[in-house]
Ligand binder design. Structure first.
Ligand code: SF4
Length: 427
């Protein structure tokens, strides 16, 4: 029987800038089951990465999580914190937002880990890849010995200690066992000649290899939940396919849960069990792959599907979604459906208040749109120029988007590449 590993309720993350309050994530709800790949998809600026960073506790000033709950199922953590944080515990779940920053920080690596968008800026150029991986392993090893102490992980590891450790073997922070594990991790993610490659610097790796190394680093603590934030954006398409296959294989081997963030529906189609479509800081449609691809209700989902190239329909025209994602500045946001000014089916009903989640069919499938309850009625449609000079598309704009999903590749994606040839991206 599957069980939720993460329940996010009503999460809001704001940024308090000089221009005003930016509502980057608003009232977001998520359920992620253990062992599944949950995909979040949406345009740039829709709040996907801020959602991931909120879960990881990586929101920095002027950002702040202003409300909500992030319930994480972990019996060991319950035992560790129920004395100090009795209100944060509910059965096997702990509300991460009720814990101190120190405790939350201690969960990084072993509970949650993240693959960032750009591996080249995420590695330290002055240390070898092997050293950086070994450090990550060492930190997790120390954390396991003293699970909830952040200090135990970093004690005696200032810059001075690091320099000392390079000349005095007795002062070594990183053990031999951690170095060996780093090489195992490089091998696990398909880096050829891992012993030699461990001694190379990040600039000696290609983009694809560096992304593999970053995945290895994220796996160092054997996390419960791996968050992959646009893990293939900076890579060319053949390497993208290899990285996706690698993630797929690692998930199948280890059974870990993955939260995959992407703007590419093809990646979602080939990787995910469940999908959340995000727009203007909200999940607007969520469900299984079939719910979202075959039974979607929200016009934004329909628009995303219509803008995907289909290699089998040569000559067909792509239908982009007109307009841009709206400003998320609080004083510029209206109290209505945020997609209304781009929606081809916007009606008077859509202006009353932001739609709540409703289930049009299966239990898993939920949509924030009046169309879950009301048929589109042309006589109540908003005039095309209702939102000032911005013309909205017509109601048949996304008709026949032609996006039959081949789950083995996804729409518009290259065929899967053999993952046993990782040396192919060697520089
Ligand atoms: S609520 Fe109305 S405006 Fe918003 S997506 Fe649904 S139909 Fe379009």
């Amino acid at each position: 029987m599957t069980e939720d590993v993460l329940r996010v309720n009503d999460l809001s993350t704001r940024f308090f800038t000089t221009e005003g309050q930016v509502n980057a994530v608003s009232n977001l709800d998520l359920r992620i089951e253990r062992g599944e790949i949950f995909g979040i998809v949406g345009e740039s600026g829709s709040g996907k990465s801020v959602t991931a960073r909120s879960v990881m506790n990586l929101i920095e000033s002027p950002g702040e999580i202003t409300s909500g709950e992030i319930w994480y199922r972990n019996r060991d953590l319950v035992e560790d914190v129920e004395g100090d944080y009795p209100d944060a515990v509910d059965g096997e779940f702990v509300d991460l937002l009720a814990l101190s920053d120190d405790v939350r920080r201690s969960l990084r690596g072993t509970s949650f880990s993240m693959i960032f968008q750009d591996p080249e800026s995420s590695f330290n150029p002055t240390l070898t890849v092997g050293e950086q991986l070994a450090e990550a392993v060492e930190v997790q090893r120390r954390a396991s010995a003293n699970p909830r102490s952040t200090r135990a992980r970093t004690r005696e590891y200032s810059l001075g200690n690091y320099l000392l450790s390079t000349v005095l073997p007795s002062q070594r922070y990183v053990s031999e066992a951690s170095h060996e594990r780093a090489i195992e991790l490089l091998e696990l993610v398909g880096i050829p000649d891992p012993v030699e490659r461990a001694d190379e610097y990040p600039h000696e790796y290609s983009g694809g290899m560096l992304q593999r190394a970053m995945i290895a680093q994220a796996l160092a603590g054997e996390p419960d939940l791996l968050i992959a934030d646009e893990p293939t954006t900076a890579l060319d398409v053949t390497i993208q396919a290899q990285i996706l296959d690698l993630l797929d294989e690692l998930q199948a081997e280890t059974g870990m849960t993955i939260l995959l963030i992407t703007h590419n529906l093809g990646v979602i189609a080939r990787m995910c069990d469940q999908v959340g479509v995000m727009y203007a800081g909200e999940i607007v449609e969520r469900g299984t792959l079939e719910d979202v691809f075959d039974g979607h209700v929200h016009p934004y989902t329909e628009g995303l599907l219509g803008s995907v190239p289909d290699l089998e329909r040569a000559g067909g025209r792509l239908q982009p979604i007109p307009g841009n994602v709206p400003s998320l500045l609080d004083h510029e946001m209206d109290d209505r459906c945020q997609f209304a000014d781009r929606c081809p089916k916007a009606m008077e009903d859509c202006l009353e208040h932001p739609p709540e989640f409703d289930a049009p069919g299966s239990d898993h499938h939920e949509v924030r749109c009046v169309l879950t309850e009301t048929e589109y009625d042309e006589s109540r449609a908003l005039p095309a120029d209702y939102f000032g000079g911005k013309e909205r598309p017509t109601a048949d704009a996304y008709a026949d988007p032609g996006t039959d999903i081949d789950e083995s590749t996804g729409p518009g994606n290259p065929p899967r590449q053999p993952v046993d040839e990782p040396g192919g991206d060697r520089p």
